[in-house]
Design a protein around this ligand. Structure first.
Ligand SMILES: [Zn+2]
Length: 317
């Protein structure tokens, strides 16, 4: 399972945002929401992997794309079979969930507090309307439906939700069985649908950006849960608090930079982000890394490779 680019971005930002920043707690909350969502999607994946499908099938997880109006769609999972398509929306909500259908109002009561939510039924129905229109354009006829799946057992679904396709994750096999039983045979070309969806799929960029002055600089110590910084000392970074020594913390820091600001980094940006002052030391670190070098003189920059996090296994400074 792949996390979205936005998820990676918020994950790094949660480690890097200055603790007294106005948005610090909003970002931490968003990070926890994304982690919970990802855990939920993984549970759906496990459930679907354990199910015996009666036909061939293809499942897309975290399907992202942009529609003709320029708006984005993020679908947790799309199940394609030769007989039907199902769009799954996974929620990890706790408390008791209620629905007022006429008003399209979705809310929960948790710890005696009432809280309104973005309606997940409407959210996933919007995806369905979009995909139906795509299929019409592709001249493919196949039944489509959606389901909202609740991924934590502790959640209580009120009776007001009874008539709607929303249920606990353990109900997924039953739901698919009944689709197999009740769907009339079509002769849709599943390979074609999968190919078209693959064309439509697009990795979306993070939904926000940040300026460097709102971030904590430096190499952060993993041992200290990223709370303390490390100093460069003879080829390695040493934690200023716990004294842990790391030869690969630099790769993680470069990964943070790449996620937040992109793959180009100049000597100046390197010093700025790493909180180091010595130009010569930084130049020698950058050249020893052996990154692809572009531009010349003051316009020189380096390209941080995509797999920088995995460099720690093969390279030391
Ligand atoms: Zn430390």
């Amino acid at each position: 399972m792949q996390k979205s680019k936005h998820h990676h971005y918020i994950e790094v930002l949660a480690k890097r945002i200055l603790p007294d920043d106005m948005e610090a707690s909003v970002i931490q909350q968003e990070f926890h929401r994304l982690e919970a969502g990802f855990a939920g999607e993984n549970r759906l994946k496990q459930t679907l992997s354990d199910y015996y499908f009666k036909t061939d099938r293809h499942i897309f997880y975290n399907f992202e794309c942009i529609n003709e109006n320029g708006f984005s769609h993020q679908m947790d999972a799309i199940l394609v079979t030769p007989l039907f398509i199902v769009i799954f929306e996974v929620k990890l909500l706790s408390g008791t969930l209620f629905y007022k259908p006429a008003q399209h109002e979705f809310y929960r009561i948790h710890n005696e507090k009432r809280e309104n939510f973005r309606n997940p039924l409407d959210q996933v129905y919007r995806h369905q309307l979009f995909l139906e229109q795509c299929l019409r354009k592709w001249q493919i006829t196949i039944p489509m439906c959606f389901a909202v799946v609740i991924a934590n057992q502790q959640a209580i679904l009120d009776e007001s939700l009874e008539k709607f396709p929303i249920f606990h994750i353990s109900g997924v096999p039953n739901f698919i069985e009944s689709l197999y039983r009740n769907t009339a045979k079509t002769n849709a070309n599943m390979r074609m649908i999968v190919a078209k969806l693959n064309q439509l799929h697009q990795v979306l960029p993070p939904r926000r950006s940040i300026s460097m002055n709102r971030l904590r600089r430096g190499v952060l110590c993993r041992q200290c849960d990223y709370k303390n910084t490390m100093s460069y000392y003879y080829g390695a970074f040493v934690c200023n608090v716990c004294q842990a020594k790391s030869r690969d913390a630099i790769f993680e820091t470069l990964y943070h930079y790449r996620i937040l600001f992109g793959d180009k980094i100049s000597n100046r940006e390197f010093r700025d982000f790493f909180g180091m002052v010595n130009i010569k030391t930084c130049s020698s670190i950058l050249s020893r890394l052996g990154f692809e070098k572009c531009g010349s003189k003051r316009g020189t920059y380096y390209i941080i490779p995509e797999n920088i996090l995995f460099w720690s296994k093969k390279k030391t400074l």
